[in-house]
Write a protein that binds this ligand. Structure first.
Ligand SMILES: N[C@@H](CCC(=O)N[C@@H](CS)C(=O)NCC(=O)O)C(=O)O
Length: 214
């Protein structure tokens, strides 16, 4: 199976890190959404990443749907001792999915702002202000949630998909829009990012931001 996309994408990175943490082997095709759109299109008509192509040729798209499949593989292969990186049901699952949606939504807004900056001649103030307000609103909620956690990770003793998603979008947001992340205001998030980035999987699966050229 192979994973399409570059690791400066928080969505591709969270999938690749989950695969490493689960011990699921994969090949990597670091195709760029803009420069290699023609290579991606046969697997994903949206020409977006991540796209995970399974051994039988089936292509999975969207990080959340791909991760759902990884959880299924991991459970089936007994790769994991005890809980998967997401509880299989109930309130704990809903809470973690809620946080993943906030984190990946923040990632969407950070990516939108990058495109706005590099692809447009003149930025649209209305859109920039909207994205920045959405990013600030989500960062406040994530900070509160992380600071309230009494466990080593957001929702327990083991790293979960929400931990990975938060760390990946924080990396992109801080790198692309440093003025939007004040470390003194978001101390719990800064500590969370450092905790994740110190792990071998995060250190191995990383790429400095390489935005498209307009
Ligand atoms: N909701 C999607 C978002 C994926 C996404 O935004 N990928 C970006 C790269 S960071 C992309 O493919 N951009 C090209 C485009 O949207 O045309 C996911 O979670 O996988």
């Amino acid at each position: 199976m192979f994973l399409i996309g570059q690791y400066d994408s928080p969505f591709v990175r969270r999938v690749a890190i989950a695969m490493r943490l689960y011990g699921i082997a994969f090949e990597h095709r670091p195709w760029s959404t803009f420069n290699d759109a023609g290579k991606i299109a046969p697997y994903n008509p949206l020409r977006r990443v991540p796209t995970l192509v399974l051994d039988d040729g089936e292509a999975l798209i969207d990080s959340e749907a791909i991760i759902d499949h990884l959880d299924e593989i991991a459970r089936g292969q007994d790769k994991i001792a005890g809980e998967a990186m997401l509880p299989s049901r109930g309130e704990a699952r809903r809470r973690q999915l809620w946080l993943c949606a906030l984190a990946t939504g923040l990632g969407d807004k950070s990516v939108s702002l990058i495109y706005e900056r590099v692809l447009r001649k003149e930025q649209l103030k209305l859109w920039v202000e909207r994205c920045e307000a959405q990013i600030a609103g989500v960062l406040d909620v994530l900070e509160k949630e992380r600071a309230a956690a009494a466990t080593p990770w957001l929702y327990g003793e083991r790293i979960g998909h929400s931990d990975v998603a938060v760390a990946c979008v924080l990396r992109l947001t801080r790198e692309a829009h440093p003025h939007l992340f004040d470390g003194s205001r978001y101390q719990a998030l800064a500590a969370h990012a450092a905790q994740c980035e110190a792990l071998p999987a995060f250190r191995e699966i990383v790429q400095p931001l390489d935005p498209p050229k307009g």
